[in-house]
Design a protein around this ligand. Structure first.
Ligand code: SF4
Ligand code: SF4
Length: 74
């Protein structure tokens, strides 16, 4: 089980600051969770002001597994 960030995200960045595993990345003014780095400590879930970090179901194909790498020109 991992987590994903839903569309309710207001891009405050608190989750990325709380994550010690650098598993939360910003891209295109959105945030995503890298499940390969996430240690499921739930720290991000606790700090999110809008409760938009939710469990990602194993069959949740909409979950961003790997956010795209930042473009150098962005
Ligand atoms: S659960 Fe923990 S390790 Fe995973 S993204 Fe949230 S703060 Fe980072
Ligand atoms: S703490 Fe919640 S609202 Fe803020 S950037 Fe993270 S997921 Fe989005």
């Amino acid at each position: 089980m991992s987590f994903r960030i839903s569309d309710e995200c207001v891009a405050c960045g608190l989750c990325a600051l709380a994550c010690d595993s650098e598993a939360i990345v910003e891209y295109w003014h959105r945030y995503g969770i890298r499940i390969d780095l996430c240690e499921e400590c739930r720290r991000c879930v606790e700090v999110c002001p809008v409760d938009c970090i939710v469990p990602a179901a194993a069959d949740d194909s909409a979950a961003p597994v790997q956010p795209p790498a930042k473009s150098k020109s962005a």
